[in-house]
Write a protein that binds this ligand. Sequence first.
Ligand code: ZN
Length: 232
Amino acid sequence: MTTQAALLWELQTLDLNLVKRRRRLKEIAALLGDHQQITQKRESLNAAETALRPVQTRSRDLDLEIKGLVQKAKTASDLLYSGKVRNPKELEDLQEEIAGLQKRQKQLEDSLIEVYLDIEERQTGIKSLQADLEALLQTEGTEHQKLHREAQKLQEELQDLEQTRQTAVQKIDPTALKKYDSMWVAKKGTPVSRLEGESCKLCGVEQTTIIVQKVHRGQELIFCHVCGRILS
Ligand SMILES: [Zn+2]
C-alpha cells in the first residue's frame, strides 16, 4: 500500500517540476521583451545620423560659396583682359579685387577639406554602428527563435504535469493535502522529506527509533523532529 507520505512525496516532485518550468517561462518572457541593447544601438545610430546633417549642409554651403567666388573672379578677370578698362587706377582695383577673391577662395577650400574629412569620419562611424545593429538583430532573431521553441516545449510539459497532478491529488487524503499545502511556503517548496536510513534526507539529522518505525508503518503523517518536514 502506498502511504500518504509517499503520495505527498510524489506530489512534491510534481510540484517542484511545475515550479521549475513556470519560473523558466517567466525568464523567457523577460528575455523576449528585453531589447535594451538594440534600443541603445539604434539611439546611437540616430544621434550620429542627426549630427552628420549640419556638417553636410556646411559642406554644400562652402561649395556654393566657392563657386560664387570663382564666378566673380572670372567676371573680373574677363573685364581686366577685355581691353575695355583703360584707367590705370581701375585696372589696379580690378587686380586687387581678383587677388582678394582668390585669397578668400583658398581659405574656403581649406575649410571645405576639413569638413570633408569630418564627414568621412562620421560616415565611417555610422557604417560601423549600422553593422553592429545588424549583427545584434541577427543574434536576437536566432536567440528568440530558440526561446520560443523552448517556451512551447515547457507549455506542453506544464499541461502534462498539471494533468498528472490532478490525478495524483485525488489519491491523497484531504487532511494530509491540507497539511502539505500549509507547509509549502514555509518549507520553500519542500514540505516533504525522505528517510534515508534513519536520517531526514533534507536536514540530515538522525531520527529516533520510534519516528523511524512510525514512518515505516505509514499509518499517520510523521514529522522530522528537527526541520519539521513530513517524512516519507
Ligand atoms: Zn529534517
